[in-house]
Design a protein. Structure first.
Length: 372
């Protein structure tokens, strides 16, 4: 018997996330043809403007699923070999033996061994993930910086490797997805953002989703607040930001309704074919940016609970904004959630993030939304 939606319980659970300290949170939960939309908190802490469930939002690394799907379309068209070396396509970006050893699959599932470029692009984050020695200054300094993706890729490629090509556990790295963007441009002759827009976003019928070309979020949206582990107090609005620092890795703007529609169509085989979807759901262990080992496929990862069917999707964060979108394998039960603050956990003396009431409140909401 399928789980029905209980609006009262969902409303109470999302309100608890706000009460725990989240400025604004909004979500869509679907069960078959039923849909619940909920929101709690404010879109602007200064004015008290309420947050609403239809707002557009920066969804961070959920972008990776869109980019992975675009690459798999080119695999289906035989323009890209999933297990071909990236040096076959982009020898100038990944030269020599590494270009011969790192395959397209390794980029998509984060087993390439390529380091994260972020600490090199953002100097005050150089010690990341040793958070006690980082600072937020370069977040502000780079609000309007237009990064060249090939320069960011070079930072990641020339940094010390985090593992051997194909080794597991892999290490999550945005360098991989910037390379996939350049790969798409190389094989299609179209910039990755344009290709993804035409062949993934528009193909899925997403009316409120885009890869932005300027620092602004158009349409109704909330301000997004970065706390940087208590070092920015009060948390600062980063809703205006040039997203070239992440591009095809994490720049997407969307809505919770569009995210659910996208994953519903992806899991139904309407964005890529069944064989490609099966490849996307083949997982390997990967160390996440939070230092946890997770199962990761090709731009998808599962969430499981004992006695329940697997859910597939992706989460993401950028400065100030976060999102999580998960769908049951049959696409019937879905949850997409957006939050308007990031890195709310303060650090202990050793620089480790400490538990916060928001963590427990979000976990409770996820359980209710996914499993009823």
């Amino acid at each position: 018997m399928r789980n029905s939606l209980d609006p009262a319980e969902l409303n109470a659970a999302i309100e608890n996330v706000h009460r725990a300290g989240m400025p604004g949170v909004f979500a869509e939960v679907r069960d078959g043809d039923e849909a619940w939309h909920g929101a709690a908190g404010v879109a602007d802490t200064a004015t008290g403007r309420p947050v609403t469930a239809d707002m557009r939002h920066r969804v961070g690394s959920v972008t990776k699923t869109f980019t992975a799907a675009a690459v798999m379309q080119q695999v289906e068209s035989r323009r890209i070999g999933l297990d071909a070396p990236i040096g076959e396509y982009l020898p100038e970006l990944v030269p020599g033996a590494r270009g011969d050893a790192i395959t397209v699959r390794m980029l998509i599932n984060h087993t390439s061994g390529l380091a994260e470029y972020l600490p090199y692009a953002y100097p005050s984050l150089k010690a990341f993930p040793d958070l006690a020695d980082t600072g937020p200054q370069s977040l502000d300094d780079n609000r309007f910086t237009r990064f060249d993706p090939t320069e960011l890729i070079e930072m990641g490629v020339t940094a010390p490797a985090v593992g051997p090509p194909g080794g597991t556990p892999g290490v999550y790295s945005n360098t991989n997805y910037l390379l996939l963007g350049e790969l798409l441009h190389h094989v299609t002759g179209t910039p990755a953002a344009q290709y993804i827009t035409r062949n993934v976003i528009e193909r899925a019928g997403l009316r409120h989703t885009e890869l932005p070309v300027d620092p602004y979020v158009s349409g109704s949206h909330a301000k997004i607040y970065e706390a940087w582990f208590g070092m920015i107090d009060p948390p600062r609005d980063f809703s205006v930001y040039d997203m070239s620092w992440v591009g095809p890795a994490a720049a997407l703007i969307s809505t919770v309704t569009d995210l659910n529609l996208f994953f519903r169509k992806l899991l139904a085989g309407e964005i890529v074919g069944p064989a490609s979807l099966a490849e996307m759901q083949r997982t390997v262990p990967v160390v996440s940016q939070e230092g946890k080992v997770i199962d990761y496929g090709l731009g998808l990862h599962p969430m499981n609970a004992p006695g329940h069917s697997a859910f597939w999707g992706h989460g993401g964060t950028v400065w100030g904004a976060g999102a999580l979108s998960m769908s049951r394998a049959d696409g019937k039960r879905q949850m997409s959630v957006a939050v308007t603050m990031q890195r709310w956990n303060r650090l202990d003396a050793a620089g480790r993030p400490q538990p916060h009431p928001i963590d427990a409140a979000l976990a409770d909401f996820y359980r209710l939304a996914m499993y009823g």
